[in-house]
Design a protein around this ligand. Structure first.
Ligand SMILES: [Zn+2]
Length: 87
C-alpha cells in the first residue's frame, strides 16, 4: 500500500474539490488530491461531475460575455451607419 498518502477521507474531499477547481491549490497539492481521489470511485466521479459543471458554467459565462461584446459592437456599427446616412 502507498504509505506516503494520508488515509482517504471523503468529507475532506468535498472541502477540497472546489479549491482544486478554483485553482486555489498548488500543482503539488492538486496532484496529491488527484492521487487521493483515484483510490475512491465515489469521489472521482463526484470530482468529474463538478469539473464538467464548472467547465459548462465557465463556457456559458464566456459565451454570454462574448455575445454581449458582439452585441455592443453591432450596435456601434449600426449607430455609425446611421450617423453617416444623416450626413
Ligand atoms: Zn472518497
Amino acid at each position: 500500500m502507498e504509505q506516503s498518502l494520508p488515509k482517504h477521507d471523503c468529507s475532506k474531499f468535498v472541502e477540497q474539490v472546489f479549491l482544486v477547481l478554483d485553482g486555489e491549490m498548488s500543482e503539488e497539492e492538486t496532484n496529491l488530491f488527484i492521487q487521493d481521489i483515484e483510490r475512491c470511485s465515489h469521489c472521482l466521479q463526484h470530482y468529474n461531475i463538478e469539473k464538467e459543471l464548472k467547465a459548462f458554467l465557465a463556457n456559458r459565462v464566456e459565451r454570454k460575455c462574448c455575445s454581449e461584446t458582439l452585441r455592443v459592437s453591432i450596435m456601434q456599427q449600426i449607430s455609425d451607419l446611421s450617423d453617416q446616412e444623416s450626413l
